[in-house]
Write a protein that binds this ligand. Sequence first.
Ligand code: ATP
Length: 199
Amino acid sequence: MSAFLEIRDLGFAWPGQAALFAHLNASLGPGLALLTGDEQRGKTTLLRLLAAEIRPQTGVLRLDRQDIGEAHAGLRPDMTRPALDPVVVADWLREQVPEGPARDRLDDHIDGLSLGEHLHKGFYMLSAGGRRKVGLAATMAQQPSLTLLDQPFAALDLVSIRYLTDWLREQSRATDRLVLLADYEAPADLAVAQRIDLG
Ligand SMILES: Nc1ncnc2c1ncn2[C@@H]1O[C@H](COP(=O)(O)OP(=O)(O)OP(=O)(O)O)[C@@H](O)[C@H]1O
């Protein structure tokens, strides 16, 4: 079976810096995978490459047999951007998540992440953690073919950690999409069968 996410011979260096990736290869099936590595090993940079925010200097990045390019932009919504400040959370979520099964899933995630009390607020009233949780709920509901999560447990409350962990466990059974979780380690009670280790 061909890989769902294929990273072949990836080379990337930030301007003026030594190569962060040289001939990086990885091949992942659908489901759940962990992207690990010590501080500054390039976890976030690799997520940005996979979201087509930045382009590699060499190599191939392919998702479901398609080269990753502009069509894949937006896989990592920037929840910190000031343009969101005046927007009402519920309006943003309605705009992001289409009606139908995704909207039903969104309702569950709003409950699971305890976001109900924030729905009628402007983003400017939310903490950084609250903004992240809203982004998380939208992504979890949308179920894109590639979900990129950058240290999603950081600064998350215990109830939300448990909810996210359960959701990630379910994702490991998916056959048509991949969730890539970047963190130093997987949570202790989450078995992850696939991993890219940046060292
Ligand atoms: N926009 C940028 N411009 C220049 N250098 C960058 C940029 N973003 C990251 N880097 C550099 O790339 C290297 C890897 O950083 P990156 O954030 O990808 O690693 P990380 O594994 O996610 O780190 P951490 O675990 O600390 O979050 C670091 O040396 C960092 O300074």
